[in-house]
Each structure stands twice: as C-alpha cells, then as structure tokens.
Design a binder for this molecule. Structure first.
Ligand code: ATR
Length: 284
C-alpha cells in the first residue's frame, strides 16, 4: 500500500508482532483508518521470534510505541509481560491488542467483540439462542466468551478431545454460575442426530475447511435452511458452500477480522473506526 504520512517527531508508531507476520493484512487496513482520519501514525509488521517476545514487549515501552496487535504464536505468551489485562483476556487467556499508556501496558482481546459484531449483522439479538461451536482451541474461547456475554441459552461445543471443552467450562465458571447448563460437550458423531435439530447457529472455529480436501467435521448436507452458519476462516469453505446451497444465512471470517481491527483502533485512538474505509482496504 502506498501511504502518505507526515513523518515527524509527532508521528505515532503502531504495529503487529507475529512470527511469521509478513502475510498480515493489519498494516494495510489500520493504516487506511489512520490516513482517513488524518492521524499522523505508521503501523508496521514486526517479525518477533518466540524467544525474543519479552524484549519486544519491553521495546514497546522503550520506543514509545502507542499500540500493538499480537498474532500467532504470541497471543497467550504475551500476557505475562503486561501490566494489566482486561476482563475478557482473563477468560480467553489470549491477548491480541496492547495499548501503551506512558509505559503502562494494558492487554485486550478484541476477537470476542469482533466476532459478535459480525454475527449481529445477521442476527441482532442472540438472547436465548442455541449455538453449535465446532472446536475448542484458542479461537473458540473468544467466541464462547462473547456468546455467553450476549445471553445465549445453550452452546453445544464439539471437539475431538472433549477434555478441552471441560477445561473451558472450568475456566469460565466465574463468568456465570450456570456455565454447566450453558456449555454442553458433544462429540462430532452426535451432531446430526442430537444437535442440528435444536440449534439456531453453527460456528466453525477449527482449521477444517482451509483445504478443500479436509474431511468434513459432520455431514454438512444435514444443515437446514433455519441455521445461521459462520466459519471464521476467511473464505467460502465447504461448510459455507453447503449452507449457501441450503439457502441459509452465512458469513466467513472477514467480518470478525474487520471488527476486531476496528475495535483495536478505537481502543488506541478513542475515535470511531471508519469501518467502510477499513473494509475496502481489507478487500484489496
Ligand atoms: P486456534 O487458536 O485457531 O483455535 P488451536 O488452539 O490450535 O487453534 O485449536 C485448533 C482447533 O481445531 C482445536 O479444537 C482442534 O481440535 P482438537 O482439540 O481435538 O485437536 C481443531 N482441529 C484442528 N484440526 C482438526 C481436524 N482435522 N478435525 C477436527 N478438529 C480439528
């Protein structure tokens, strides 16, 4: 992206720490927002090796970097180097956004709000809804957190290793005393008979579908028109194609990516993110 920034002592520095990081779209779409609002700032990708993470976080303070996004593989590890984390980070156990206030680093996780903002475009009120969540990895924790906060009735959470679901239930206990009634662990072979008829929303948080030839997580032909289907992968996966064929409402991972970035921008700048401008930069 060609950018015009007035480089001076007043130019703020932002960035993203990841390994690898070159593929990241964040520099383009965060820069588009800074430019649009005439905020003198640059946003750069920083390739940080795992063994250098502590030093890299220290450099945020030393160099006066205003804000940083954190991506794979540092989201969990970075937490211990921060001065403070917001509530959602404690549950999700991952941080993707750091704000530097005069050397005091606060960690946030904007994936949760990013996901829910995207989903609400399809279904504005999630209260009382029943949701099937596929997977129990790091990404699922942000999604589970946001669904519980929105007051969903049930989350059927499927995973190959159900121990991970039980761990999530354990970790989320302080969030609601009803956690054991909200999250129900379920194996993939039970989805068609015992879950699909009862749920409103299906969310894939696994990497299955990234490659066309991946073995489907269940028989996607059993999806019904009433289901709203979300895949957090940034493309039309076999799951989403099946949903489209049935006439369902569906969404890929792009809205989550867009809104998590917009939320980070708002945390850093205190200004409303120019969503349309950021979306255009993301789709380029
Ligand atoms: P992320 O941070 O993206 O969530 P992760 O924490 O490594 O990544 O989690 C990956 C998720 O995808 C897990 O739920 C994993 O299932 P297991 O816990 O049973 O390993 C799931 N996953 C990955 N490949 C899968 C496959 N081929 N079939 C089913 N689930 C898969």
């Amino acid at each position: 992206m060609k950018l015009e920034v007035d480089i001076s002592g007043n130019t703020d520095i932002y960035g993203i720490f990841g390994y690898p990081v070159k593929h990241s779209k964040s520099p383009q779409f965060q820069t588009s927002a800074f430019s649009y609002l005439n905020i003198p700032a640059v946003y750069l990708p920083f390739e940080v090796k795992p063994e250098d993470l502590e030093k890299a976080v220290e450099s945020i303070k030393v160099l006066g970097i205003k804000g940083v996004n954190i991506t794979v593989p540092h989201k969990e590890e970075v937490i211990k180097y921060l001065n403070e984390v917001s509530e959602e980070v404690k549950y999700i156990k991952a941080c993707n956004t750091i704000k530097n206030i005069d050397g005091y680093l606060i960690g946030y996780n904007t994936d949760a709000e990013g996901f829910i903002t995207g989903l609400k475009q399809l279904i504005p009120n999630l209260e009382g809804k029943k949701v099937l969540v596929l997977g129990a990895g790091g990404a699922s924790r942000a999604i589970i957190y946001s669904l519980i906060k929105e007051g969903v009735d049930k989350i059927y959470q499927a995973n190959r290793t159900l121990g991970k679901v039980f761990k999530i239930i354990e970790d989320f206990k302080p969030l609601t005393k009803f956690i054991e009634e909200i999250i129900l662990p379920i194996s993939y072979d039970k989805i068609e008979c015992c879950v699909l008829p009862y749920v409103d929303i299906i969310v894939n948080t696994t990497s299955v579908g990234l490659n066309e030839e991946d073995k489907p997580l269940f028989d996607y032909s059993k999806i019904e028109k009433k289901h709203i289907v979300i895949d957090i992968i940034y493309k039309k996966t076999p799951l989403l194609k099946a949903a489209e064929n049935k006439g369902c409402q569906w969404q890929d991972g792009l809205p989550m990516l867009l809104y998590q970035g917009a939320k980070a921008f708002e945390i850093w700048t205190g200004k409303k993110a120019p969503i349309d401008v950021m979306k255009k930069a993301l789709l380029k």
